[in-house]
Unconditional design. Structure first.
Length: 160
């Protein structure tokens, strides 16, 4: 059985929030949001011009990772940003990040976006390699964007 057969990426539900928050607390690079922020990714009824899409990955039925996308309607266009993607440390290197990213690209297309953007710490080489394998290219930098430690954000984009 291949790793891909053992991986299930699906929409986030309210029942995933505790596991998601536990994982994000273990990942220094993940934004540390409140329960209400994650709950908003699940519940409908928010501002139709802005919505978040949450995806989770299960590997051998274990909670393995998540991705959060922000879909924003601006002047008739849809902009989508990959705000967060995280994989449990002990499960990295098994294709989970790639599975989440593949599903995130599909979700961005379903939102009607023409491109998917993201920002990543300059030092996060593993993430940068993953994004590049999917066709993302560097489009700019934000100098000193991240703190503790201070470093640049690399801006990347994928044309859909």
């Amino acid at each position: 059985m291949s790793a891909a057969e053992d991986l299930l990426v699906r929409p986030m539900t309210i029942f995933d929030i505790d596991a998601l928050m536990a994982l994000e607390r273990q990942c220094e690079s993940a934004p540390h949001w409140s329960r209400e922020d994650y709950l908003a990714c699940v519940l409908d009824g928010g501002d139709l011009a802005l919505r978040r899409v949450g995806l989770v990955a299960n590997f051998h039925r274990l909670f393995a990772g998540f991705a959060i996308l922000r879909c924003l309607k601006v002047a008739g266009d849809t902009e989508v940003e990959l705000e967060s993607i995280a994989v449990a440390g002990e499960l990295r290197g098994r294709g989970i990040g790639g599975g989440l990213l593949h599903s995130a690209v599909g979700a961005a297309r379903n939102c009607g976006a023409r491109q998917l953007s993201l920002e990543v710490r300059e030092s996060n080489r593993a993430a940068t390699r993953l994004y590049s394998r999917f066709g993302f290219t560097e489009i700019g930098r934000r100098s000193g964007y991240y703190r503790s430690p201070d470093e640049d954000a690399v801006l990347m984009s994928l044309t859909l």
